[in-house]
Design a binder for this molecule. Structure first.
Ligand code: C5P
Ligand code: ZN
Length: 473
């Protein structure tokens, strides 16, 4: 059960929004570019629609002075979702009107004038207990009980933020409570099942090929090998007539065969640990009111769809889908997912082929003019997870039009120790006397640096790493 003070706080935000809607205020929703941010924005937008309120939505990659300046602000009630808690002072300074922040990132001090809703303020951990969409949902259901039908979007957001850290990749904490509400409402099902990419929409060999979490050596990314494995080892019908079957439509027995052969493969030729092999089975969250065979039926697939929409510049499409649009948008969503995959593969190939450079203590690549800034973080993350860069620091650069700055994404490969990337970046920003947005935690950090300062930034990062034990962990 959520802490009573948290529910009370959500209720206060809800009353405020309802009252402003009654006054016929114009709302400006501002949210984060990723799946959680889009889901959060849509939860608030649907709630506002149901209040007959007028509103605009803006999805941005980074909240900063510059991005705020681009948003018309006269006579608007600002509602920030999945962002804002880290920039309370900036918001208080820049916005006159009362401003609402509904977020799950660790809050900074200050911002007393703002209406700030964040589970951290009630002793919860926004990293795993609840997402930005979850926080938005807690407010939405206090606006109107009808909005309880939005709980599946909170689950989509949580999975988008990879909060499924419980046993068998389940959600825990407040997320689990919200899932239970969805189940009780008859709009969500939790089942223990195979977790593969595109379980509702992709031909089985493609689903296997596209599965990279866990990464199955020899199968992931290798279509021919997947097909061969399915035909020779698993021996289940892959087609129904002319049509390829999906993982979701396999019978219990067929799935059991597939799982047992997969696990055998992973432990044998795949050379994976028992734990890694186990992680192919987990908790699947099914949006049971969605049509079978559509990406919105599986909450993980839904989240990757929203992520692809955001990172290929189709935020309006992502929002429309979350708000119930189910016509033309489906083929456009499929396009977004394909475009995202193709671009990502192209970027990775380019970095691995010629883009990656080495310094004493780090690897880096400049994607300026080559890599979309919305994807440079994902590229750096994928590379950091490969064996080749084990315990190495990777820095990816790209040009951000939104900020007119170079965006740096910094990641630590598996097995890295004695480095806290968040601390590292803060130190370098301080040495460069930069006040542009930056921050992070042990394994991932990001920073915006003025064009032309890349070399100095890399040099100082390298130097700080050389001094060893950055952050003194
Ligand atoms: O943007 P990117 O994905 O590279 O950021 C990695 C992490 O760094 C984020 O998850 C966030 O924790 C942190 N970050 C931040 N402030 C920024 C950029 C990134 O705190 N301006
Ligand atoms: Zn989030």
């Amino acid at each position: 059960v959520p802490p009573p003070q948290l529910v009370k706080a959500a209720r206060d935000v809800a009353s405020y929004l309802r009252e402003k809607a009654r006054e016929n205020a114009l709302f400006q929703v501002v949210s984060h570019l990723d799946a959680d941010g889009i889901a959060a924005a849509s939860i608030i937008s649907t709630s506002l629609t149901r209040l007959n309120a007028r509103f605009h939505v803006r999805i941005i990659q980074q909240l900063s002075r510059k991005s705020l300046e681009r948003i018309p602000r006269r006579e608007r009630v600002f509602v920030f979702t999945d962002m804002g808690s880290g920039q309370l002072k900036l918001l208080e300074e820049s916005l006159q009107e009362d401003t609402v922040v509904i977020d799950h990132h660790p809050p900074e001090e200050g911002g007393g004038r703002l209406i700030h809703f964040n589970p951290h303020l009630f002793g919860l951990d926004g990293g795993v207990d609840v997402s930005g969409a979850g926080a938005a949902y807690l407010v939405a259901r206090e606006i109107d009980v009808k909005n309880r039908d939005l709980s599946p979007l909170a689950i989509v957001g949580a999975l988008g933020d990879r909060q499924d850290k419980g046993k068998q990749r389940s959600l825990t904490g407040l997320n689990a409570e919200i899932a239970r509400e969805g189940v009780e409402h008859g709009i969500l099902q939790e089942v223990k099942d195979l977790i593969v990419f595109g379980r509702e929409t992709r031909p089985i060999p493609v689903a296997l090929e596209y599965t990279t979490d866990p990464f199955i050596p020899g199968l992931s990314g290798n279509h021919g090998a997947c097909l061969k494995f399915l035909v020779e080892r698993v021996q289940i019908p892959l087609k129904a007539g002319d049509r390829w079957r999906t993982i979701a439509e396999l019978s219990r027995e067929e799935k059991a065969r597939l799982v047992s052969e997969l696990v055998k493969y992973m432990l044998g030729p795949g050379n994976m640990s028992a734990d890694e092999a186990q992680s192919i089975i987990g908790t699947v969250y099914v949006l049971s009111r969605e049509r079978e065979g559509t990406p919105m039926r599986d909450a993980r697939e839904y989240a990757s769809l929203l992520n692809a929409c955001g990172r290929t510049g189709r935020t309006g499409l992502g929002l429309a889908i979350c708000m119930g649009e189910r016509k033309r948008s489906l083929s456009e969503a499929a396009e977004a997912v394909d475009e995202y995959r193709v671009k990502l593969a192209d970027y990775i190939n380019w970095v691995e082929g010629e883009g990656m450079k080495k310094r004493k203590n780090l690897y880096w690549f400049s994607g300026v003019g080559r890599i979309d800034v919305r994807m440079v973080g994902t590229v750096a993350s994928i590379l950091a997870s490969s064996k080749k860069y084990q315990s190495k620091v990777i820095v990816g650069l790209a040009y951000s039009n939104e900020e007119d700055c170079i965006k740096a994404s910094i990641r630590l490969g598996k097995g890295g120790e004695n480095v806290d990337l968040g601390e590292l970046v803060r130190r370098v920003m301080e040495r460069m006397k930069l006040e542009t947005a930056a921050g992070g935690h042990e394994l991932a950090a990001g920073a915006y640096i003025p064009v032309g300062k890349e070399e100095e930034f890399l040099m100082l990062l390298d130097e700080e790493l050389g001094m060893g034990g950055c952050g003194g962990r």
